[in-house]
Design a protein around this ligand. Structure first.
Ligand code: XMP
Length: 461
């Protein structure tokens, strides 16, 4: 094990020395020096970036694997400050629907709020609420297409007679605070706080309803205590894997429609003309969406991805816990050196490195970040969670979850997405070559339950 100091030129000297000896290092080979510090853990700010324009509140992303990231994991990650990368072992339509689920989980502006009619009764609204399975009680009230009031939970609570007309129970327009169409999230947050209003309807030039902001939604995104990683519209951020070439372009159309924040050109070997061309094509078509590309493990490869226009570079080949690429193909680079080399070559650009694979212990995350990666992708560490899509099984009474490599035999056999990532074709006498394995790992429950167990274990009173 080797100790290095970060971040300073000592690190460059150290790795240069390793290079002269032909040594490449893994996370387990390294530890950072301790030193004088006046920083309290609670003062540490973990804000970072996933890609050029996508911020993170914590430096964690979940792997684009079919036993790690679908909507539930992406929602959990983004609700805690990170980002999920929805895998692509499914049709483009199914993947886009999963992105949409994440996007609809939280609201910023509700562009088309459900409205009530002034002449309806409260009973009618309640039955509509039940039939349409609506979970809210706030309805802008319209009369001849114009906003005339707002019906809220209070109005239902204080009016026991359900045959009362909406226009008699509602708060009339004269007593409401409204804002014009086009009011931004930031402006809405200022207005709702200043006026102490939980609902802010937006009104167009003709007096019609043009949207609605809910204070609780705004606060989730705007307050400093919130850990939600949200976009400028107040929706959770989410990324999605695309392949290369025509397939990537087809996926991209549908994913973009649903508001996907980043396309991840997810390949086992990112240093290829196919990947470079796909970056260029996607960049040209989608200037507002970040294009993340990988995987690579050498400086020259990272540089080529950056030159092609990648907004972040994913580093890691064969380092993952379920990977057998290095064993099967003899190719790869120990992850700590790979991360350092790629970070070094991208210094002076604003393109972040994402360290992917081989994070076994929390300390490995610290080492990856210390080496200059701006975030890490986790597979194994998240695959045991309730939110991961892997199947649950019971073995000798213990709850376990399935976690498998995207190039495991089963994944390659079942999914074109896996075969594309590893450039393999099925049929016509060709055999699939697995570069990953299937595993069962302990079920780790949901975040809430883990926290409960933890706090109970450590409670001292
Ligand atoms: P961890 O260590 O977090 O790694 O479980 C997750 C990463 O591993 C990569 N991956 C694979 N690599 N064969 C490989 O060589 C595979 O079958 C395989 N499946 C996933 C991927 O980069 C992921 O994020």
């Amino acid at each position: 094990m080797t100790h290095i100091k970060s971040p300073n030129s000592g690190m460059d000297l150290f790795f240069a020395k390793m290079d002269t000896q032909g040594l490449k290092l893994t996370y387990a080979d390294l530890r950072f020096h301790t030193d004088l510090s006046n920083v309290m853990p609670s003062d540490v700010n973990l804000r970072t970036r996933f890609s050029r324009r996508i911020e993170l509140l914590i430096p964690l992303a979940s792997a684009a694997m079919d036993t790690v990231t679908e909507s539930s994991m992406a929602i959990a990650l983004a609700s805690n400050g990170g980002i999920g990368v929805i895998h692509k072992n499914m049709t483009p339509e199914a993947q886009a629907a999963k992105v949409q689920r994440v996007k609809l989980h939280l609201n910023g502006l509700i562009p088309h709020p459900t409205t009530a009619n002034a002449s309806e009764t409260l009973a009618h609204i309640l039955s509509r609420r039940e039939a349409e399975q609506l979970s809210f009680h706030s309805f802008p009230v319209l009369k001849e297409g114009k906003l005339v009031g707002l019906l809220t939970q209070n109005d239902f609570d204080f009016q026991p007679d359900r045959e009362t007309l909406v226009e008699e129970a509602m708060t009339p327009l004269a007593n409401l605070i409204t804002a014009p169409k086009g009011t931004s999230i930031d402006e809405a947050y200022v207005i709702t706080r200043r006026e102490k209003r939980k609902i802010l309807p937006l009104v167009d030039d003709d007096g019609g309803i043009a949207g609605l902001y809910v204070f609780a939604d705004l606060q989730r995104g705007k307050s400093n205590e919130s850990m939600h990683n949200i976009d400028s519209r107040g929706h959770l951020r989410v990324a999605a894997a695309v392949g290369v070439g025509e397939g990537a372009l087809v996926r991209a159309v549908l994913l973009a429609e649903k508001g996907c924040d980043a396309f991840v050109i997810d390949t086992a070997h990112g240093d290829s003309a196919n990947v470079h061309n796909t970056i260029r094509q996607l960049k040209e078509l989608y200037s507002d969406i970040d294009i993340v590309a990988g995987n690579v493990s050498r400086a020259t490869a990272a540089k080529r991805l950056a030159e092609a226009g990648a907004d972040a570079v994913i580093v890691g080949q064969g380092g993952g816990s379920i990977c057998t690429t290095r064993v099967v193909t003899g190719i790869g680079c120990p992850q700590a050196s790979a991360v350092y080399d790629c970070v070094k070559t991208l210094r002076g650009t604003d393109i972040p490195v994402i360290a992917d694979g081989g994070i076994v212990n929390p300390g490995d995350i610290v080492i990856a970040l210390g080496l200059g990666a701006e975030s890490v992708i986790l597979g194994r560490l998240l695959a045991g969670a309730q939110e991961a899509p892997g199947d649950e099984v019971t073995v000798a009474g213990a709850r376990m979850k399935e976690y498998r490599g995207m190039a495991s035999e089963a994944a390659l056999r079942e999914n074109a997405g896996s075969r594309e990532r590893y450039r393999q074709t099925k049929g016509s006498g060709r055999r699939l070559v697995a570069e990953g394995v299937e595993a069962l790992i302990p079920h780790t429950g949901t975040r809430r339950r883990r926290w409960k167990n933890f706090s109970e274990e450590w409670r001292t009173d």
